[in-house]
Design a protein around this ligand. Structure first.
Ligand code: LRH
Ligand code: MN
Ligand code: MN
Length: 393
């Protein structure tokens, strides 16, 4: 059995060349759990330093040319300056994430709140985010809502859904022609009885009512244990509504650990459906973003490890012998089809990718190259009083 066929390998590397993974600015700030936020030396003190750290990940991997911002965590006086700073560092500003989950006013909801004044405040926040998009050249407005209730009967779920639709329509109408609205779902937390956008079906229903430039964000940590996430990937691609990923991995709930760490096979299965559904084609518009924090490990190496994990599982997914797979599927050869699939999963692509990186002027071992670069020691010495990622700030 040939695991790496030369022609397929060449095609795989060609397709990997255009893969981009967007980094979250908040991955570089101090983070933790509701029990403790652990401080680390060298942590960025402002969004400019977060962007500089993200650029280190790109410089060592060639994989991460965009940085997502979270507003107000990344509020600056002059977003044009932040954009120029990113460009000077060889990266660009990516998705703008809104935040209506840390304000006292939003205790009972934001875009779905029953009080018009609270809804107005939440809509205005999104209009400000759209201004940030204009100043930074960002194309995506990503909305994740903490809206929901804790107790049965607490509020009218149907009315909340209607109000949400109205609020989203107003935000969508304010976007420029090149902008997209990306609606993220999450099955629970911080609301524990019901959540207003709990699943891909609700997100799909809401964005479909808005129009073509409204799409769904799939955060891999936002599903009940046992959910077949690759099925959702397949379905959203089939419907033309998969806008972006928030990649991370989880063992229990919304753990936000390094993508591909808990279950590399799941990441492989997801990437296979991405490839199968055309989601790797830049024209599909699918954005591959990380949504992670590094509570106990160093942050820049954590992000380097993460983007490499995504690339490795993408490479394995591209190595699936699709002709053999289709033939086995058509013949009803259950074990044969499964074996073709697993052959690709069990292929160790690390040496291949190391050589390929070198041939493109990148370090064969990005983690070792970063460690040898001296960047960490420099920022550890220079930066005092790094900021928190946002939670519990
Ligand atoms: C919510 C979420 C969402 C937020 C981010 C910080 O759990 O996944 O994407 O913007 O975490
Ligand atoms: Mn997310
Ligand atoms: Mn999350």
């Amino acid at each position: 059995m040939t695991l790496i066929d030369e022609e397929r390998t060449r095609r795989t590397l060609d397709r990997l060349a255009s893969q981009e993974i967007e980094l979250p600015s908040w991955a570089f700030g101090n983070s933790g759990t509701r029990f403790r936020v652990f401080g680390q030396p060298g942590v960025p003190r402002d969004p400019f330093e977060k962007v500089a750290d993200a650029a280190q990940v790109h410089a060592h991997t060639g994989l991460a040319p965009a940085v997502a911002l979270h507003i107000p965590w990344d509020l600056v006086d002059d977003f044009g300056k932040l954009r120029a700073h990113a460009e000077d560092h060889g990266v660009r500003i990516g998705t703008i994430n809104s935040n209506t989950f840390q304000d006292e006013a939003y205790k009972l909801g934001s875009l779905s709140h029953s009080d018009t004044a609270v809804r107005r405040k939440a809509i205005e926040h999104h209009l400000e985010c759209i201004d940030v998009m204009r100043a930074t050249g960002s194309q995506d407005l990503k909305i994740w809502l903490a809206d929901g209730t804790n107790y049965a009967g607490q509020d009218d779920m149907r009315a909340r859904q209607d109000r949400l639709a109205e609020s989203l329509a107003e935000i969508y109408a304010a976007l420029d022609a090149e902008h997209r609205l990306v609606l993220e779902y999450k099955f629970f937390e911080p609301a524990f009885y019901h959540t207003d956008v709990p699943d891909w079906g609700t997100s799909y229903a809401q964005v479909s009512a808005l129009g073509e430039r409204a799409v769904v964000c799939l955060d891999t940590g936002h599903h009940a244990p046992g959910t077949n996430i690759e099925f959702i990937v397949m379905q959203l691609l089939r419907l033309g509504k998969l806008g972006s990923f928030d990649f991370n991995s989880r063992n229990y709930a919304d753990d936000d650990l390094i993508v591909g760490a808990a279950d590399p096979f799941q990441l492989f299965r997801i990437m296979y459906e991405v490839v199968r559904g055309g989601g790797l084609d830049p024209a599909s518009g699918v954005v591959f973003m990380l949504d992670q924090c590094h509570n106990i490990e160093r942050k820049i190496p954590g992000q380097i490890r993460s983007v490499l994990n995504v690339q490795e599982m993408t490479a394995r997914a591209l190595l699936v012998d699709t002709d053999a797979l289709r033939a086995a599927q058509a013949a009803g050869d259950v074990l044969g089809a499964h074996e073709v699939f697993m052959d690709a999963f069990y292929t160790d692509v690390r040496p291949l990718l190391a050589d390929w990186r070198e041939s493109r002027g990148l370090p064969a071992d990005p983690l070792a190259a970063y460690a040898a670069s001296g960047y960490q020691e420099t920022v550890d010495a220079e930066r005092v009083g790094g900021t928190q990622a946002g939670w519990g700030a």
